[in-house]
Design a protein around this ligand. Structure first.
Ligand SMILES: [Zn+2]
Length: 411
């Protein structure tokens, strides 16, 4: 099947230049031509006059753990996700999405979360290591189970973490996560720690942040989830008040309410009162020294609504972190593609690249909020026009409890 998108304003993301009145020809899921007046031949033509074409978006920090999330990602123009706590079920779902039996983004997944036995909150599906041998095995298992990255939490003992990092380096797999409590950030960077998840995980001092940024570390701010701590714990925000709450199925609302109560109680007990501006400033410091940052939402953390929350994150990258709309868009297209190692296939609209694209009604460079104004989504060979996207959203809004299920154990 061939598709010809005609007379579009194309934002290739190679630069911030917009190619006006330009055609994009897609064949078998690949962009085969971009130019003026491309002959239609046997292609399905789609008039894009006045519309803007951008690459499909990535949510670079997500937990695709419930049955409706795949649809919500697609309805929000998100054609790929970096999944940060992988299970066997994620690999199955990714195959089903790729063979067309399920709707959802391509899933690029880390292994399960690896932590030390000193961790305060123990959760079922995490791996807790207490020896050098277990540190090595955790890396081997991550690789053997088909995951792309090792993910760590911060309570691993220094010698175990060092062994884990060495093993990962020797095996050629990168490590990402929440940094470390006992090991300082510079040492972690020297050991090759590859990506810091959440602005709140960055070190306190600017010089240390500069060191990480210049040392080649990646960074995923997830501002939307960093804000949940002050908002729900101290500012009285309620889950019910959320925009788009109608897209959270009943059983998930119940889970969130219950979970949020525990989270709030835990933070109150510790009297944890982070200053969100301090957290934002750490992120901004990183961004002054490096453009290796990623837009991620941390959906399905309570209050982070799948799909919609990535657009909120993009807005916050512009308004709170001082990025230009183009830079914010890069962090959801070019940068995640590069991070994953797909920079020759995804993240830009170029000849030979995968046909993952979003048609917007208005220019996202003029106002980052325009990433919400989605007219159509293409993911490889699959094209969803506005009518189909509305049908998907309707389906999620009216989801029966028995249609809902958890895909994988949570967090
Ligand atoms: Zn997460």
């Amino acid at each position: 099947m061939k598709y010809l998108f005609q007379r579009a304003n194309v934002l290739t993301m190679k630069t911030d230049e917009i190619l006006y009145l330009t055609d994009v020809l897609v064949e078998k899921g690949i962009i085969v031509n971009i130019g003026k007046n491309i002959p239609a031949e046997n292609a399905i033509t789609i008039d894009c006059t006045g519309k803007y074409l951008i690459p499909g978006l990535f949510d670079a920090h997500a937990h695709l753990n419930t049955s409706e999330m795949g649809e919500l990602f697609i309805a929000n123009g998100i054609t790929g996700v970096r999944n940060l706590c992988g299970t066997a079920e994620h690999n199955v779902l990714d195959s089903e999405i790729r063979d067309g039996t399920k709707i959802g983004p391509y899933i690029y997944s880390s292994g399960p979360i690896i932590d030390g036995v000193k961790a305060i909150d123990k959760v079922d599906n995490r791996v807790y290591i207490s020896s050098l041998q277990e540190a090595e095995e955790a890396v081997y298992n991550t690789i053997n189970d088909g995951f792309r990255w090792v993910k760590t939490y911060p309570s691993i003992e220094p010698d175990h973490l060092q062994r884990l990092m060495e093993t990962a380096r020797d095996c050629g797999i990168k490590v990402c996560g929440h940094m470390s409590y006992p090991v300082d950030a510079k040492t972690l960077c020297d050991w090759g720690y590859h990506c810091c998840e959440h602005s709140s995980s960055l070190p306190r001092h600017d010089a240390d942040i500069e060191y990480l940024a210049k040392g080649g570390m990646w960074f995923c701010p997830t501002q939307v989830v960093c804000e949940t701590l002050p908002d729900y714990v101290w500012n009285g925000k309620q889950l019910n008040d959320l925009a788009y709450y109608e897209y959270v199925p009943g059983p998930l609302r119940e889970f969130w309410e219950d979970r949020n109560k525990k989270i709030i109680a835990g933070y109150k007990k510790r009297d944890l009162r982070p200053d969100i501006n301090v957290v934002i400033n750490r992120g901004k410091t990183f961004m002054t020294y490096s453009d290796q940052y990623l837009a991620g939402s941390d959906t399905m953390y309570p209050g982070i609504i799948c799909g919609f929350s990535l657009h909120e994150e993009l807005y916050k990258l512009v308004t709170l972190y001082g990025r230009t709309p183009y830079e914010a868009l890069k962090s959801a297209t070019v940068n995640p593609a590069k991070y994953i190692g797909l920079e020759e296939e995804k993240g830009m609209l170029r000849k030979g690249f995968d046909a993952d694209l979003v048609i917007l009604d208005e220019n996202p460079l003029a106002n980052i909020r325009n990433t919400n104004k989605i007219q159509a989504v293409m993911q490889g060979t699959r094209y969803y026009d506005r009518k189909q996207l509305d049908a998907i959203l309707n389906h999620v809004r009216n989801l029966k409890d028995e249609e809902f299920h958890f895909i994988a154990p949570i967090f």
